[in-house]
Design a binder for this molecule. Sequence first.
Ligand SMILES: Cc1cc2nc3c(=O)[nH]c(=O)nc-3n(C[C@H](O)[C@H](O)[C@H](O)COP(=O)(O)OP(=O)(O)OC[C@H]3O[C@@H](n4cnc5c(N)ncnc54)[C@H](O)[C@@H]3O)c2cc1C
Length: 397
Amino acid sequence: VKATGTGPERVETLVVGGGIGGLATALALSREGMPVCVLEQAHEFGEIGAGIQLAPNALRMLERLGLVDRIAANAFYPRKAVLMSAVTGERLTGLDFGVRFRETYGYPYIVMHRSDLLAALLDACRASPLVTLCNDRMVHGLGQGAEEVVVACADGSTYRARAVVGADGIWSAVRRFTVGDDEPVRSRDVAYRDTVPIEAVPEHSGLDVVWWAGPRMHLIQYPIRRGELLNQVAVFTSDRYGTDSEDWGTPEELEERFGAKHEHVRAGVRLIGRDRRWLLHDREPVDNWTRGRVTLLGDAAHPMLQYLAQGACMALEDAVCLADSLRAQADDPAKAFLDYQRERIPRTSKAQRWARRMGELVHLDGMGALLRDLVLRDRADDDFTYVDWLYGYGAWE
Ligand SMILES: Cc1cc2nc3c(=O)[nH]c(=O)nc-3n(C[C@H](O)[C@H](O)[C@H](O)COP(=O)(O)OP(=O)(O)OC[C@H]3O[C@@H](n4cnc5c(N)ncnc54)[C@H](O)[C@@H]3O)c2cc1C
């Protein structure tokens, strides 16, 4: 399908947005024999130069998409996630990703470069005759009739589709059509992230996902690209937050907040670039994100703070669930979309809420932090009680 500008192109299913969620959806639909077209606003498909954690629930979906072997080639398999005090350097607790973990969930916990994940999805989409990929298509308007949806792009091209999936991220244009005018919720948290050659950080643990937690701040470190690079994400809750100004969460504030922390934390943060920062947002969970033949997926549907490292994992789950629903209700996309959101909303809403709580827990200060550390010290590393609901999704059916 190629938009010519002479008239609307007719497509089966149109996916708006070619990030992890959009490309996974296109691939999942094509694997069910359904033709699909992806409209991406950017000139090229791509991801930022940072790492991503993928838990067993995501690996289970990547298996369904036929990508587990390809992913394994570039992934890193950490031994554990470890929570350390960013103030004293003391180990607080851990989560063991060893044999029992793999046996329990059927898949490992992996970390990898985002662009390696996107490349795997993109190559698989390009290899499918059922997937059409279109760049430079910024969707800005939708209209719906009884039998089809009309989608208009900023360059004047228009498309007519039997069904539309908005996978266009947290600032989704499609969401304005399905949900209305709700706005992303700005947290006071800001992230700086970067990757460096692993030898540049002698103090890192090398084999684990390490969380350094301190008062209203944390640093995460983990190896990616088969262990050649170290990914680092430094996050803090800004003391200078103001709704009417962008002058908060600045590099100066980053220095102040990490300057007096444990030496390993300081050494790591020193190597993170200051030229870009991410102001972190989520949205309140909603009980409906579908309107007729138009639905949402991934961050467009349920953006969450990154504290559970589950936003992309949930988008992969969405993609497979949506394809299953459309296969089961091939004649009625509107019904398929309602089935899909009935399955997905309770789980993704819970993840949105837990992500906020996890952020609060990691960033505790004063007495709260003392009590947290006291409780965590007694936890066994192979106690999976709190992650079962997340990582076990679909494992025991
Ligand atoms: C600091 C940080 C760390 C994170 N770590 C993890 C982690 O370890 N594990 C994990 O699972 N998740 C993590 N996440 C969350 C994860 O990055 C997101 O949930 C995930 O990338 C969302 O994918 P998506 O495809 O839904 O949206 P996006 O990645 O936002 O993709 C949306 C796509 O749509 C395109 N687009 C937007 N508007 C339009 C339009 N109008 N028309 C056409 N195209 C459009 C965009 O250009 C983009 O390509 C993290 C997030 C942050 C901020």
